[in-house]
Structure formats: C-alpha cells, structure tokens
Design a protein around this ligand. Sequence first.
Ligand code: PRX
Length: 630
Amino acid sequence: MADQKLNGEVFFPKEDTINNAIVKDWNQFKLKAEENYIGFWEEEAENLHWFKRWDKVLDDSEKPFYKWFTGAKTNISFNCLDVHVKTARRNKLALIWEGEKGEFEAMSYYRLHQETCRFANILKSMGVVKGDRVTIYMGRIPEIAIAMLACARIGAIHSVVYGGFSVESLHERIEDSQSKVLIVADGAYQRGKIVPLKEIADEALKRAGGIEHVIVVKRTGQDINMEFGRDMWYHELRSLPIANNDCVLEIMDAEDPLFILYTSGTTGKPKAILHTHGGYQVGVYSTLKYVFDLKDEDRYWCAADPGWITGHSYIVYGPLLNGATSFMYEGAPNYPYPNRYWQMIEKYGINILYTSPTAIRGLMRFGDAWVNRHDLSSLRILGSVGEPINPEAWKWYYKTVGKGKCPIMDTWWQTETGMFMITPTPTVPLKPGSGTKAFPGLQFDILDENGDKVADNEEGYLVIKNPWPAMIRTLWGDPERYVQQYWSKYPGYYLTGDSAKRDEDGYFWVIGRVDDVIKVSGYRLGTAEIESALVSHKAVAEAAAIGLPHEIKGNAIYAYVILRAGFEQSDELFEELRQHVGHEVGPIAKPEQIKFVNSLPKTRSGKIMRRVLKAKELGLDPGNLSTLEE
Ligand code: PRX
C-alpha cells in the first residue's frame, strides 16, 4: 500500500491493521460492488434474518420514492435481539453503561431482550399499535435504547427528541408526529447539574395536545409533577404482571416505518426524516461492520447522543445488529476532569472510539498530559463524525490518542442517509480532513450551478447519484417537500446540501453546508428555528441568524435583531434573549453574539440574505447583490 502515489500528507495503514481487517483487499471488494451495487446490498442482506425473503432488492418504479427489499418480512428489533439470544451471544454484553456520577450498568443480550419485551408490553397495554408514534425524550441512559427497541418490536414508530432540546422544539415535534405516548426521564445529568426533562415536557405538553400517556423513567430523582391519569412511573409499570418478558413481535414489511427523526432543513420547521425496517438495517449493519472492522471481541464506543441519527444508527441499531458490545456514557467529556474519556477507555478496555471533532478539539485544549496518564493500548480504531475535522485536531487524535497506530474513520453522512456514505475503512490510506472515498456501492459527484461536473479541487454541490438501502424514504407527512428539497435541483440526483471538493486522487473534502443549516458542535440547527425563537420574544420585531467559524464548536451562532418600538438595546436584554432561545430551542442554540440593528439585508421578495451578513462579518466579498432590496 505504501507504494501508492498519493498527493499531500498521507497516513498509511499499519501492517497489523491490514492483517486483521475483515476485508483485506478493499479495492477489489469495492470494485465488485461498483459492478453490481444491487447485488452487493443483496449479499449483505443475506446476513440478517427475514421472515420472508424479498421479491425485489430495489424497486425504483416510483423514484425518488425508492423502495428496498420489497415483499420481504422482517423486524429490526428481532435482528438486534432475538437472533442473538438463540446463540451463545445470549450471555454476551450488549450494552455497558456508565453514568456521569460513575454508576455502572451492564446488560447481556438476554437481559436486553427481556427488558425490551417488558417495555413493549407496557406500550401495548396503553393501546399502542403498529404505526402509532411514540415520542422519546431522555438523556443517555439504557432505557432510551430499550424504549426504541420496544417500539420497533411492536411496529410503533419512534420519534426521539434530543434531550438537549427544549420546550418549543419538543412541543413542535410531539405535535407534528401526533404521538400518543411520551416516554421521558425525570431529568438528565449534565456536568453535575440536572436538566429537568420532565418539567420541560410538562411545559411542552401544555402547548401540544394528543399525548394520552406519559411514561416517566426515574434517573435523577428530584421532585417532579406527576399528572394523575396521564403520567406513570416506568419502574412501577415494569413491576406489573402486564410487563412480562414474553412479547409477541410484529412482523413488519421491509418498507414499514421504523422511526422518524426531526432534523433542521433549509427553511421553516424541522422536518421528519422517515426510515424503514428493511433497508435501514442492511445499511447500518454492513457499514458499521466494514468501517470499524467490528469483531466479536470488540468493545465499541460511539460517544454521540441517541437523540441524533448517529446514536440511532451507531449506538443502538448498528452495534446490536452486529451482535457487538456497545458502550454508552451519560455525561460530558470533561466532567469532572478532562480525562473522563481516557479514564473510561482504560477502565472498560474500549477498542473503538467514535466521537466528534468538537469533542476532540475540546479535549485537545487541555493538553497531552491528561491523555498520557492513561493506558489507551486497547484502542484499535478511531472515528470522527458530524462536521469537518481540521487537520490539527485530526493529527492530535491520531498521535496523542491513537499513538500513531489507530486509523481514523472520518465518516461523512447525514440523518437522511441513515448510514456512513463517504468514509475510509481501516486499510485505506488517510489524508487528515478528508473522508476519503464513497462506501462500496455508492456514487458521488460534485456539480456546479448548471449541473456540470467541477474540475478537481474545485468546490461545488455534493450529490449522490444512486440509491442506497438506508436512504430517507420521504419526509413524514410532506412527500412534496421531500421531492422538492432533495431531488429537484438536479433531477435524478440526491442533493446533500453540502459543498465539497474532490482532489486529484479522488479523495473527497467536505467543506460544509451551503444552505441555512448551521452545525454547532456537530449538532444540526436551522437558522429558522433560532430566528422564530427570537421573534417569539416580546422585544423582537425581526431576527436573522448565521453561523460563523468557531475554534472549538466548528460554528457559532450570531444573531441580528431589530427591536420593537419601546425596547432599548442593553446587556440585560442580550442575556434575556439568549436565555429565551435556550428555553425555546435548547442550550446549544443560544447565540454567541446578538447585534441590535435597524435593518436587515433582504431580497425584494423579503427573504433575508444571510450570506451578505456572513460575508460582512468575515470581511469577504458578498457576491451578487443584484437582488438586494434598496
Ligand atoms: O454538513 C455535513 C455534516 O453534517 C451534516 C449532516 O448532519 P446530521 O444530519 O445532523 O448528521 C450528522 C451525523 C451523521 C452533513 O450534511 N457532516 C457530517 N459528518 C461529516 C460532516 N461534515 C464533514 N465531515 C464529516 N465527517
């Protein structure tokens, strides 16, 4: 491999990594998938259980509403649990969990299966049936995985809302999904403090109708309000005879919905991305297996939150489909000290660590000594996700954390793609900051405004040219927007919303979003959510939000506000507005800075030109201003 001629700074895989890899000749493997991508996915699907085999692997008769494994019967929860409890894996740890305060929990596949059945029976007893929506709002605790698997088992569609979101975000998502049941924790620990999840939920439920039952999981134990007839403690329900550990599973069509997950889009409200049982399980199963070279003996840690797609695909479903041991940690990376991650890697013998550039940059700031105190020799492979990783952070991760022996899998993907898309595998030569190339069976391109391919090293719109099994099926309740948003700019191609370059070696370099999505610490937020939170404050007439580069967070939010008559700008108002956004959307959405202005740059049709604001802040050329209002 080392004799390959590649441009720029390249890190080649070590002998050991190559010798141990599941796929040794990656190029050959990829070539085969390129020749017949449908056959590639079909072969991967053979590794999972289907109650009935598919009639067709890919049905593109109604594109862009692609269908995968049509005619097949399956259930992802069965493949995650039941399949393993029938084998020696029943005694293997499925989940290891550490709480922020240091508590510990470990669950075998056998136990996780039982707990899932019990939870599923509780949901059934509340009248939840196939196709019903259930909203889940919790921190990183085992019950979140159990609740998701329980929904899947009975064919209910889960809608997990990230525990860092607040009142209005939760309200909007409950209402839009028309959920019948809400599963919530009393609170979550974050940096030694309690996030009052139930209290936030109570406020959201005052704004939203439709929820018949609330199941409350006890985590933090502070006093909370329990509404008689609506709210029930999970631990009490769990001890009732109804919650027995034998639960008949719902046999699902491959294309039946598994979950919806809200994510921020170009305009307006967050949209619900729909994923289904059949194709999604094939996609996440095989990508995790090959990209992290997952072995039966591995202890794998994805440090994301289950409330985002990374947690859905690669804390819960992907590892369990592979029969792996997944580690989950509740709290902050630097709590109580900046060695928390390294301490846990040593303690549990973690082999694979998958985290975000923000976490890496945040920990790098504290220096090498915190890392070097710990024995990290168990680490074999590292991963990064959520935003571009700058070469400096990449090299620190590689040298200081991985000791120069662990390849870094910089995985580019999205809520919509469901699975890794542009990513290395352990035997691929790496360039810091590049996700290298497409996963087998996927074809990408970079296009200019007119739909022509750009030259090497030129920036353009990143598009996907062929379908993949874990792809978004539609936007829940809004199929037209699905077509419009993803498939209309370049008909036949999926528009990612990112800009990217491809270098002369065919390596992709993702630059960032080209729409009104801001990635803050890898979390996805829409300018519209922040702006509508701002204008819901009595002092604000109009608002605009943009993302500007930030050393640790990748991007930080800057807001511009026009005040209503009778209100004066002040430091107190600035703080009040920040808190207001935190209360409505969530702490991650709080603007770094708010500027009080008299006007905003707008097009003649009244659209705020955020790129003009951004260019001005960065001292760049604002580009074409012909549509700017006088
Ligand atoms: O801009 C890209 C960025 O995150 C976006 C997708 O965000 P979300 O749906 O929240 O999913 C995040 C986790 C998969 C993308 O459009 N992004 C994600 N991973 C990378 C990335 N940008 C650069 N490099 C990555 N590895």
